[in-house]
Design a protein around this ligand. Structure first.
Ligand code: SF4
Ligand code: SF4
Length: 129
């Protein structure tokens, strides 16, 4: 796809994170509590500061951890609902530039990724830190 780099998807983000995502970002020197929040549902999500992702640049256009960004950010705007239906987020202005092969590839990836995240959330709920 041809991302317009508008930064819109990085504002008021609720992007879910896997432990692999979190550990990758911790490896860059960030503290867990500064980059993610854990909801009552046990899910880890990117932290927002003043209405935008903690990793969005000051000009609100670029991701400061682009090469190490969460997998969900790499897959976006392809997403998956609670019934397992894959969809392309209408919010993204570049949604029409996704090729069929990219959509197929990302569809497979998002399902596996969200399954892992759901399992990790269940574990957190069973044994909160
Ligand atoms: S990690 Fe980067 S791509 Fe993902 S929401 Fe934050 S700023 Fe955007
Ligand atoms: S993925 Fe879509 S919403 Fe996000 S920065 Fe690119 S064009 Fe904007």
């Amino acid at each position: 796809m041809r991302c317009a780099r508008c930064g819109d998807c990085c504002k008021e983000t609720s992007m879910e994170l896997s432990e692999e995502d979190i550990l990758r970002l911790i490896g860059l020197g960030f503290k867990r509590e500064n980059i993610c929040v854990i909801g009552e549902d046990g899910l880890a999500r990117l932290r927002n500061i003043k209405g935008q992702c903690v990793f969005l640049s000051k000009d609100a256009k670029t991701c400061t951890v682009y090469r190490n960004r969460p997998k969900g950010c790499m897959i976006y705007p392809v997403n998956c609902d609670h019934e397992g239906e894959v969809f392309v987020d209408e919010f993204c202005r570049a949604r029409g530039t996704i090729s069929k092969s990219e959509l197929r590839r990302k569809s497979r990836t998002i399902k596996k990724h969200l399954d892992i995240i759901d399992e990790e959330a269940k574990i957190r709920k069973r044994s909160p830190e």
